[in-house]
Write a protein that binds this ligand. Sequence first.
Ligand code: FMN
Length: 179
Amino acid sequence: MCIKIGLFFGSTTCYTEMAGEKIREKIDMLIGYPSVTLHNIAFNQIDSMSKYEFMIFGIPTWDYGELQEDWEKHWEAIDSVYLQGKVIALYGLGDQVGYPDWFQDAMGYLWHKVRKHGAQTIGAWPNKNYDFNDSKALNEEKTFFVGLALDDENQSHISDARITRWCKQIIEEYCSLKK
Ligand SMILES: Cc1cc2nc3c(=O)[nH]c(=O)nc-3n(C[C@H](O)[C@H](O)[C@H](O)COP(=O)(O)O)c2cc1C
């Protein structure tokens, strides 16, 4: 199986971009060939979403539970991208200490949007080893985030390990969906 993955991110202060580069490096290594292409949505790259069957979306939360500015700019346009049946894994950047009532909210909003448009989502991540009050990015039972939650403000020392584990997880989940 030849896997081609589009990784789409918006990033104001580059943390989500740097995490995207690490995810690309890790997945390319796991798969054994260059499979991930990065797309910064600040440069209007959302049209390319229709090319991929498997995508990763990276979104940080800003300004008390708001979308990052580039995602916000394209928010309505994403509604016209055909996402039915596509497989999407999400990761988010946030700050659980500075914004404990809105931790990772934007990842939750994006997850709801892609699900509404018929995408299958993978990469749910346990909410253990975090300390926050509330998040819109939790599942109904509040046991998992809907994607990988990274916090480079407070937990940068474990981000690489989280990325490594999550990349392995999403490749396995994707392969078992496609069996
Ligand atoms: C003004 C400001 C507001 C923020 N608001 C939130 C928030 O509501 N929730 C959250 O989880 N993180 C919040 N953050 C933390 C950012 O998500 C975090 O710094 C992230 O790494 C930024 O990613 P980026 O560099 O890719 O834009 C905020 C940061 C700043 C500076």
